[in-house]
Write a protein that binds this ligand. Sequence first.
Ligand code: SAM
Length: 424
Amino acid sequence: ASDSQKLSLFYESGIYSFHDSKTVFVDSVRVLNRSYHRFSVSPSTYYSRFFKSPTNANPLSSTVTSSLAKRKRKPKPKEPRPLNETELIALQRHQEARPLLFAAHECLLKSTELLSALKSLKSESGSSTRDSEGGQHSFVDLARVEPQLEVTLSLHVCDADTDPHQPPNGLQDFPSVQCCEQKVLPAFNNLVANNTKDDAVAELLSNHYIIPRESCFYMSDLGQIRNLIPAHADFGFNLIMVDPPWENASAHQKSRYATLPNRYFLSLPIKQLTHTEGALVGLWVTNREKLRGFVERELFPAWGVSYAAIFYWLKVKENGSLICDLDLFHHRPYECLILGYSPGKVNNTDNQSELKRVKNDRVIMSIPGDYSRKLPIADLLLEYVPGLKPPRCIELFAREIMAGWVAWGNEPLYFQDSKYFVKK
Ligand code: SAM
């Protein structure tokens, strides 16, 4: 395809493939928006972190922080201390990935058309659906203090020819929800499903959450995850994405969510969640070397998952530059997705051939959203997923919901809050 054809494909799908097709650029907002009909993810809230408009920036605060930083800065050690054994292994891994990441980034920098398109990713039409400036709920606290809390799900059930009538109480701010069936359901430890082919709105303590078509969420602590195990493996999953709350200094400092020691992840019921025909498992890991070793030597073996490939997510700013230097030791501009196969009960040879087909070392570039929010990568994995088409998909430790997916975690509604959406 020519550059301009690629660009129009990008505007349609949110995915831009470079010549070698191992390298892609993703506009997460466009990809996510394929999940919605009547609402759309607001680019300015999604990209708020790396896309600050000059009017948002407070010059005073940056002066204050920089003078504070000056005062706090510790004297630099004269001699860098030698790297220990683990650090050396980490450095070696980085050196292996470096040429790929560098080449991918060069592709982006050379693509002038795409670079100029990036500048407009944030511009949007439509008004925010957020009625008041109310704060966001802490679902973890709510689950503790009000475990019986209910959620009101408004499903859009009428077809276009039926006369629209007034939206039900509490949904006047959502006039597009004109013809709906309401269901009141337990918010926690319960599978809440939008089985319709349209967006639904969930209301929880007067905040609204947009639930994409044919999706479910199960909001609970890890202790209840076994409730998701299907009675029969035919109802298991073909694609299992996992983004665990790994312990690390950054998650701890920012205290956005609680983290868990590695041993908790050993007992995730990956085998029991796997479909009869097998599953592709995608696991996000941080760059801590100890973690990589743990996944390879303990976690995947405990889950019965065989290693298949690694993908890199390279994070860039709106001008195409990396979010930080590629060679910073303790802060990398990339994260890794480790892919593996969980065998199903049927032993078909197709699974084996599929296994070999996973392209290793793909580099996926995007402008990151909020802290720790992963880019929607599932589209790029679909060709490697064994079994059913379309596959049955589940995300563990989810903070958002995609159309057709089951989202489990203790805050799967987090990014579904109406403040992240605009009305179409
Ligand atoms: N993939 C998500 C995204 O893109 O936004 C980020 C997931 S974040 C790394 C890990 C999530 O696990 C957080 O939402 C956190 O609240 C949740 N979590 C932490 N401890 C948990 C527990 N005991 N049970 C269930 N979820 C938990």
